[in-house]
Write a protein that binds this ligand. Structure first.
Ligand SMILES: NC(=O)c1ccc[n+]([C@@H]2O[C@H](COP(=O)([O-])OP(=O)(O)OC[C@H]3O[C@@H](n4cnc5c(N)ncnc54)[C@H](OP(=O)(O)O)[C@@H]3O)[C@@H](O)[C@H]2O)c1
Length: 304
């Protein structure tokens, strides 16, 4: 059974570059489209009002002008790039991270996703600044070490799981009451959450766990006009490896040697793609890898 929903009043939809038709009428660029409560999309509206008449649509995209967004892990890498692109697209962005001084956003707030009090204060202040949330990007995360699990420690496991999994669950739970109809919750997953690679067991477990949460959340929010997407990234050149190797630059640089890794902007583009699809389209998962890799563990490198 199709679930009917209605975007919140006045949701703005931006057309693709070419002209497009809605309900048989050619419209000028940048219209504001409203669906009737019983329709899931413009096609459905057209079909019901024009029985027996078919028409092809190029559907309008969601316009981010005036929309509000929260980005966790906004102080570097993928989060910083996504905050920048969201702002360029017209969204008002609150960024959160522990190194708050490094965040470039409309509002920069301190956030430690492993800490309940810090997360609650962050969401409270973010909502006070934004008024409501249209986009939540759960991106904060890390890995620690590249060693066999026999060498793992309680401390590393706790940090990795609490940051990547508990942190995303916590921030999502705190934000949910403030996410408006037509809203979108996104996650930075990883190819490590789809296929294991050696010497990364706690990170692999964390990203598999995060993907499980995304699936569970989708079940529980089904029927509500909130979209959910995980962008599962492959080898991306950020501070991720520097953090993983605890500041060892040589070890971090070796991760990207002899290969063209993804850039944070590549991942941000995927996030923006998912967000700007027409509101009835839910991009469930995007898996994006460097061309020279087939998994987190198999990477073909150029000779030095
Ligand atoms: N780079 C890759 O190859 C790759 C591949 C797949 C997935 N990912 C995922 O992409 C996401 C972003 O990582 P990145 O590659 O952009 O690495 P990055 O440059 O190290 O950025 C990680 C971000 O997460 C934040 N963060 C870490 N712990 C936090 C905490 N407890 N509370 C709040 N923020 C925290 C960091 O901010 P502070 O340190 O200032 O708090 C930083 O802003 C992570 O979830 C990572 O697992 C990365």
């Amino acid at each position: 059974m199709a679930v009917a929903w209605r975007p919140h009043a006045g949701i703005r939809l931006k057309p693709d570059p070419q002209p497009w038709a809605f309900a048989g009428v050619w419209l000028q660029p940048d219209p504001v489209v409203r669906f009737a409560p019983c329709h899931t999309s413009p096609q459905a509206a057209h079909r019901d009002s024009n029985p027996g008449h078919s028409v092809s649509f190029t559907l309008p995209r969601v316009d981010l002008a005036g929309r509000t967004a929260i980005v966790t892990g906004a102080s570097s890498g993928i989060g910083a790039a996504t905050a920048r692109k969201l702002r360029e697209a017209g969204a008002r962005v609150v960024g959160g991270a522990r190194r708050v001084e490094r965040i470039e956003a409309d509002v920069a707030l301190p956030l430690d996703v492993t800490d309940e009090e810090s997360s609650a204060a962050f969401v409270g202040r973010a909502v006070a600044e934004l008024g409501g949330i249209d986009i939540l990007y759960n991106n904060a995360g890390l890995a620690l070490g590249r060693y066999p699990f026999t060498e793992s420690t309680e401390e590393d496991e706790a940090t990795v799981l609490h940051t990547n999994v508990d942190g995303a669950l916590r921030v999502t739970r705190l934000c949910l009451p403030h996410i408006r109809d037509g809203g979108h919750i996104l996650f930075t997953g990883s190819v490590a959450g789809r296929q294991a690679y050696p010497n990364a067991a706690s990170y692999v477990a964390a990203k598999f766990g995060l993907r499980g949460f995304v699936y569970g959340l989708r079940e529980d929010l089904l029927g509500r006009p909130i979209r959910i997407t995980t962008v599962d990234a492959g080898l991306t050149q950020t501070e991720f490896s520097l953090v993983r190797f605890r500041g060892d630059e040589e070890a971090a640089n070796a991760v990207y040697a002899g290969v063209d890794p993804l850039t944070p902007e590549d991942i941000a583009d995927c996030v923006l793609f998912a967000i700007t699809r027409p509101p009835h389209v839910n991009v469930d998962e995007i898996v994006v890898k460097a061309l020279a890799q087939s998994s987190g563990g198999r990477i073909v490198r150029r000779e030095a």
